[in-house]
Design a protein around this ligand. Sequence first.
Ligand SMILES: *[C@@H]1O[C@H](CO)[C@@H](O)[C@H](O)[C@H]1NC(C)=O
Ligand SMILES: *[C@@H]1O[C@H](CO)[C@@H](O)[C@H](O)[C@H]1NC(C)=O
Length: 193
Amino acid sequence: MIQYPLVVVLLLLSALASSHIRCGAVAAAAAMDASYVAVVSTVLRGASTVIDVAIDGGGHLLYITSTGGIVYRLLSQSSSGASQTVASGFSYPTSITCDTVNNVTYVADTGYYRIRRIDLSNSNAVTTFAGGTAGYQDGTGTTARFLNLAGIVYHHSSGGVVYVADGNYIRKIIVANASVSILHRRKFVLTFA
Ligand SMILES: *[C@@H]1O[C@H](CO)[C@@H](O)[C@H](O)[C@H]1NC(C)=O
Ligand SMILES: *[C@@H]1O[C@H](CO)[C@@H](O)[C@H](O)[C@H]1NC(C)=O
């Protein structure tokens, strides 16, 4: 029992240290005891560096890699990892998330300064959800601007909200109207061009 808080703290610290914070890991840590052992196996060994993963509405793994600007779905979990192309035409995508209820995936399309939306239940139709021009500008849809898109996460609150890490900012996008606002700004950042 004495070791229990230490395990929780260590797991919390390790979750905070990772570039993509997964809240589930922290919640799960609370239920673990000191004897918990995670079993790790490899489900894909690809030619390119895998950048991010998400789960779609069918429970399949989606992933993006360092080359090609493509979103893939993993069809079979093996060392050969058969995959299919879900959508292409992205420029240096850095992060992916999924609204598993509506079966919609959001991609931080970093090289094009925009968030793309993939409708998985509608022939994987791809549309620009927000952004498309470099800068820091709040607004609706394509009038909003992004500069250094990195992590992206979807939450179902208030009818659906997407949060993105964008340089020194955290941006909030309301799904219903693609309204982009700044949720957080680091205090020591004074001006932007
Ligand atoms: C989401 O789309 C995938 C691919 O078309 C499909 O396999 C899955 O059943 C869909 N899930 C939902 C909840 O619509
Ligand atoms: C978008 O929807 C939210 C939530 O309903 C609302 O508060 C906000 O004013 C809307 N923004 C625009 C630009 O319509």
